[in-house]
Write a protein that binds this ligand. Structure first.
Ligand code: IPE
Ligand code: IPE
Ligand code: MG
Length: 249
């Protein structure tokens, strides 16, 4: 009997395709700075510098979608100095990188709750999304004030409102419904999730979307993450047997 094809786009029973969508939990900036006797923000600046090279490596590796975790809904618990430093780093990053991202064919999107972010930063995020909206070479999604539980709560609120307004019949809610309300609605599910810094946890990142993702937890701290490491992880993904609950020969 023929098995139904799994719904993920990266699957290709005929070969060993690479991951189409890679998501990265960029962790370890603080420890990288501490090891150098420097403040945590020094590590965040070093970490931000790594992003460009990884984005640029994507097309050759066949990675069409790259999603990076920049700031979680839980990261507000850090000191005011660190949070303010990170917010100003995000503004700086957008100012510095916008033109190169646009010219290199990168389409930038942000996921996460913008309500808590300051208006100036949100305006810059909107502008960057707008000025790269026509690009299609690489789709870079930056998770900023993102948490899966928060995302699912906001999605559920909108879904419930559609039911209340008579636009959605509760009996028709299935696995395809909720994803249409998530921040990631236009993105395919991640095929590979990488976390740096030796922690083997998800920390509230893309919980629904990564139900069948492959995971790589590596000890490297994010500011030390290189294209070579990225390429190795992407290539080793091709050797994995993703069964999606079925039995393969
Ligand atoms: C990840 O590095 C960046 C953010 C969470 C903003 P960390 O700041 O978590 O670095 P460690 O985990 O303390 O080393
Ligand atoms: C996850 O890292 C969030 C980001 C990388 C932005 P954290 O350092 O915040 O996660 P925990 O606290 O170790 O779980
Ligand atoms: Mg951390």
């Amino acid at each position: 009997m023929t098995q139904a094809a799994p719904k993920t786009q990266a699957s290709d029973p005929g070969g060993a395709p690479g991951p189409r969508h890679v998501a990265i939990i960029m962790d370890g900036n603080g420890r990288w700075a501490r090891a150098r006797g420097r403040p945590r923000l020094f590590g965040h600046h070093a970490g931000a510098k790594r992003v460009r090279e990884i984005v640029e490596a994507c097309p050759d590796l066949g990675v069409k979608y790259l999603t990076i975790f920049a700031f979680s809904t839980e990261n507000w618990k850090r000191t005011q100095t660190e949070v303010a430093g990170l917010m100003s780093l995000f503004r700086r990053y957008i100012t510095k990188e916008a033109r190169a991202l646009r010219d290199e064919g990168v389409r930038v999107r942000f996921i996460g709750d913008r309500v808590k972010l300051d208006d100036k930063l949100v305006a810059m995020m909107d502008e960057l999304e707008g000025m790269t909206a026509h690009n299609d070479r690489v789709h870079l999604t930056i998770a900023l004030n993102y948490g899966s539980r928060d995302e699912v709560s906001r999605a559920t609120q909108r879904l419930a409102q559609d039911v209340a307004d008579g636009r959605l019949d509760p009996a028709e809610v299935d696995e395809e419904t909720l994803p249409r309300y998530l921040d990631t609605r236009v993105l395919p599910d991640p095929d590979l999730v990488i976390r740096t810094s030796g922690e083997a946890r998800i920390s509230n990142f893309l919980l629904w979307q990564s139900a069948y993702a492959e995971y790589e937890f590596i000890d490297t701290l994010w500011p030390d993450f290189t294209c070579d490491i990225f390429a190795r992880l992407v290539r080793s993904y091709g050797a994995r047997d993703r069964r999606f609950g079925a039995v393969t020969a």
